[in-house]
Structure formats: C-alpha cells, structure tokens
Design a protein around this ligand. Sequence first.
Ligand SMILES: Nc1ncnc2c1ncn2[C@@H]1O[C@H](COP(=O)(O)OP(=O)(O)OP(=O)(O)O)[C@@H](O)[C@H]1O
Ligand SMILES: [Mg+2]
Length: 320
Amino acid sequence: MIVRQTYLIKYLIHRNSIQGDSITVITFSHHKGGTGKTTSCLNIAGFLVQAGKKVLVIDCDPQANATVGLGFTPTTPGRNIYDVFLSGFEDFPITSLSEIIQGTPSGIDLAPSSLDLVGADPFLYRMENREAILKNAIETVKNRYDFILVDTPPSLGQLVINGLFAADHVIVTLDSGTFALEGVSTLSTIFGDMKEDLEREIIPDMAVVTRWGEQGNPEKPGIEQPEKKDIFTQLRDLFYKKPEPTPEEIRAREEKETEHERLLSMRAEVERLFRTVYTVPYSPQIYESQKRGLPISQYAPESAAGIVYKNITEEVLRWN
Ligand SMILES: Nc1ncnc2c1ncn2[C@@H]1O[C@H](COP(=O)(O)OP(=O)(O)OP(=O)(O)O)[C@@H](O)[C@H]1O
Ligand SMILES: [Mg+2]
C-alpha cells in the first residue's frame, strides 16, 4: 500500500512538472489575409494532440475561422474571447478564460471567437496594459495545457499585439502568391515597434509557406503525370510524328516555367529571412477537413499537406 502511495505521489509530481512548468504559447501571425494562419494553427494543434499533448487553441479573430474549423458553431448569446478581452472593463462582467473553453471532437480545447470581437479594439485602446490582457488570461489556465496556440486576425490592431505579446514562439505564415513577400517588411516594422514601445522582442521562429504549388507542380514545371498508354497508342507514337504544339500550348508551358522560377526565387528569399522555413503543398484535403471540423491529422494525415504539418509538429514539440 505504501509503495502504491509513493508511486501515486511520484506520478502527481511528474504530471505537475509536465503541465505546470512547460507550457508553450505559439502565435500565428501575418496581417495579410489568407496566408494560412488558421490552417497552420489547427493542423499543428491536431498533430500535437495526436502526440499526447493537452492543447488549447485561442481564436482571436472575429471571423471565427478556427472556431468553425474545429466544428464549433459560435452561439450569439454564449460567452467567447470577446468577453475575456473586455472582462471587468467599465460595465462588462468578469469572464475568465476557463469559463469560455470548450472541448471539440478532435480533442483540441477551444477558446471560441465570434463576430462580437470586431467591436473590441475601441475599448481595448482605452485600457491600461492592454497589450497584456491575453497573456494574463493565459496565466490562469496554463497548468492545464502543454501547448496554447493563438490564431490572430489579418489586421494590425490590439488583438494581434495581444497574440504576439503572449507568445513564447511566433510562426509567420506566407501564401505562395505573387505578393507573398510584400507584407514581410511591414511585419518586421510591427516587431520593431513592439520592441521599442513594449520592450518585447519578437523573433519569429519559423515561416510556413502555404498552398505551395497551387498553380502547378513547382518542383517539375511542365512535367505532366505520365499516362498509361495502351499498345495502339504506343505504336502510333512510334510511327507518327507528334503534331507541333499550338501557340496556346507553347504559352501555357512558358507560363508554367515562369511560375516555377518565381516560386524558387521566393523560397530562396524566405530562407534568407527566416531561420526555419517549411513549405506546405497545396492539398484539396485541407479544405475538406476544415469543412468537417477536423484537423488533417484526423481526416487525411497521409495527404501531402498532412505529412508536412506532421514534420512541423515534430519541431514544435521540441519547443516545449
Ligand atoms: N496547404 C493548403 N492546401 C490547400 N488549401 C489551403 C492550404 N492552406 C490553406 N488553404 C486554404 O487557403 C485558405 C486560406 O487559409 P487560412 O484561412 O488558413 O488563412 P488565414 O491566414 O487564416 O486567413 P485570414 O487572414 O482570413 O484569417 C483557406 O480556404 C484554406 O482552406
Ligand atoms: Mg484565419
């Protein structure tokens, strides 16, 4: 009996040291819309849960995409992260972060958002220590989680500052579109201002380039999937010369080659700017899994994007 108690005490101490001391807060950031913040947040959260970690996603975006992407329907009268941000300010009731946390089907806990959050910024600007509201709220739940992942909106307001201020690690997401790198200098200005005004230095740990190759295979431009040819087609190919390509076919091929060169030079530039860079391929399963309210770890872990998000998560696990 005594032996059993000793083991129980050891187990409790061990649990406390896992969940109490080593909480890691990761914020996904880019003020530009549609760069893959929410997608990266939810899918890394999914693989963290699969690795046995206790994970909370805090949705700080009024669009509530992370909330919906985890299969939770925002209820209008229900309390959400808006109430936490405004908790106790003027006539607002006190709401703690733990009061709004919901379980979701994937095993990820969620602090949901709603459209209410659109109205938060004017109030936040009137508060003292407004940059630390989220950080202080996280303090109250931190012994329940190994990882807290914060999804931020595509804007430059207080919600983003709060997400960055609370972070132990920052992941910058970049889409692979033509103007992908344009926002990076603005981001470094924001980080510079935070250092100057709030004495908080932000050095992004990782860039994740999303939807890589959406316009075609960036590794092999113009190379089509080999088709299986029947014997008659093979014979015809041997004896008849292929017709010359049409001007449209030539133009399409040239466009593919230009896109290939653009992507390669973008990757080189991103690798120059960030310590660690991952490129997540375009996978239709990403959208399908979001529609079902599940992370890719549960819907299609072996998809091209799933494999990369799993690799990213292996690196993220070392941050804890
Ligand atoms: N690897 C991928 N393959 C396919 N689709 C993707 C991939 N990554 C992201 N998407 C899709 O791209 C769109 C934008 O992604 P996401 O919502 O994650 O961006 P965001 O930065 O969170 O956007 P916002 O700034 O509006 O919050 C979504 O429809 C998402 O399903
Ligand atoms: Mg988003």
